[in-house]
Design a protein around this ligand. Structure first.
Ligand SMILES: [Zn+2]
Length: 413
């Protein structure tokens, strides 16, 4: 019997966040079987060449169903309510084929930018019915070779004010919905909205991911009600709230109290820099506020946070390439992150969102799926600073994409 372990594949000379000295990563049956220097085996080899290997980026908050709508709304130039209205009008004409095609475009861009796990929010209401949901379920199935897609269904335009929505949410939860979302600020009765979403979450035993406190008015908030419901139902570690731009308006003493409240209830915060910066502060004539909640500071004080994509090429955010590394770089820049905090910014699109989604098998560790992406840099901090290319990606040990470095052609002689 051979003493040599039988790997299917070995990554040679990979820098990981746990090991700045290059290591080898052995893969068996799609899972990481060993990590160490100079693994001995005659398996197929990938030479990582001292570059940084990550377990892929984790996007906790994206809207695949309403992405890539720019060609249909050339004249939109407004705030949050205008964006919701514009998409609500377009949504009536969405077909499942249309949603699938636009979603596929974004998923493919996310994959080639190194995303291996994703939670997409899907709008459910009587206008769209379950058409978007059916399309996104097909995307989940068809792209499972490259990305794990988790489906969060939610009522974007309100729940108590929109008869028929709750029944559709229940139907979606019975037929593949994995997380329930909400949007109390569009509801005429926000607290009942929150209550009903928590009821559904408990009924189906799923996590909750809400759009919350998405403006710059510090005089009111739905955060306390969410924390209260979380405590009441013992749902700590199962709740995320997205945007929460109000936190960026709070003076230090109030921010400290809010941070402690979130940490105590185990409520996670997702910051969505592209949308938050695009939609907030639009009425300012000068000294425009950034409207960006400082996720890495909340993390320092015990709140689980992620930075995510949210919208791509629509009235909420007319930009986007689904690159989480670019989003983390953008966040770090706007959030005034110092060099010593760049690693914490990378955490916001890798380990922390994996925890937020309660993924138990994420990370470059023995036993986990061999989800590995290779960046053209040598450390986590440099990944944020340099915005390097993602050169290749693997899902469960199978290569899913490659990108080639550009070639320069200097004149001869
Ligand atoms: Zn969103």
């Amino acid at each position: 019997m051979s003493a040599r372990p039988a790997f299917d594949l070995i990554f040679r000379n990979a820098v990981t966040r746990a090991s700045p000295a290059p290591v080898d990563i052995g893969v068996t049956g799609g899972r990481i079987a060993a990590i160490g220097p100079h693994l001995v085996c005659e398996a197929a080899e990938i030479d990582v060449g001292g570059m940084l290997a990550l377990p892929g980026f984790v996007d906790t908050h994206i809207h695949l169903d309403k992405a890539c709508l720019l060609g249909r709304c050339a004249h939109i130039q407004g705030g949050l309510s205008d964006a919701i209205r514009a998409v609500a009008a377009m949504k009536r004409d969405f077909t499942a084929e249309d949603v699938y095609a636009r979603g596929a475009k974004v998923i493919e861009r996310a994959i080639v930018h190194g995303t291996t796990r994703m939670r997409t929010h899907i709008e459910i209401d009587p206008r769209i019915g379950l058409r978007s949901f059916e399309a996104i379920k097909a995307l989940k199935r068809d792209y499972a070779w490259a990305i794990d897609l988790s489906l969060c269904v939610f009522p974007q335009e309100g729940l108590t004010n929109d008869p028929g929505t709750e029944e559709l949410l229940v139907a979606a939860m019975r037929d593949g919905g994995e997380v329930i979302g909400g949007c109390p600020y569009t509801d005429t009765d926000p607290n009942t909205h929150i209550e009903k979403i928590f009821n559904l979450a408990q009924e189906f035993d799923v996590d909750v991911d809400l759009h919350l406190d998405f403006d710059l008015d510090p005089s009111w908030s739905h955060m306390e009600e969410v924390c209260r419901q979380t405590d009441r139902r013992n749902y700590h570690g199962r709740i995320a709230i997205g945007h929460v731009t109000k936190l960026s308006t709070l003076p230090p003493d109030r921010l400290k109290a809010a941070t402690e409240r979130l940490a105590k209830s185990g409520v996670a915060v997702t910051v969505l820099p592209a949308t938050d910066l695009y939609l907030m502060g639009r009425d300012a004539t000068h000294n425009t506020p950034r409207g960006l909640t400082l996720a890495h500071r909340l993390v320092e004080n015990g709140v689980l946070c992620s930075v995510a994509t949210n919208n791509v090429l629509n009235p909420f955010t007319p930009f986007g390439d689904a690159s989480l590394l670019r989003m983390a770089n953008f966040y770090a820049n706007v959030a005034h992150a110092g060099i010593s905090e760049f690693d914490a910014c990378l955490d916001l699109v890798t380990d922390l969102p994996a925890r937020l989604m309660n993924l138990r098998d994420y990370g470059i560790a023995v036993g986990n799926p061999a989800d590995i992406v290779v960046l053209d840099t040598d450390s986590g901090a440099n990944a944020i600073a340099e915005l390097p290319e993602v050169l290749m990606g693997f899902k469960r040990g199978r290569q899913v994409f490659a990108r080639h470095r550009p070639t320069l052609f200097p004149p001869e002689g």
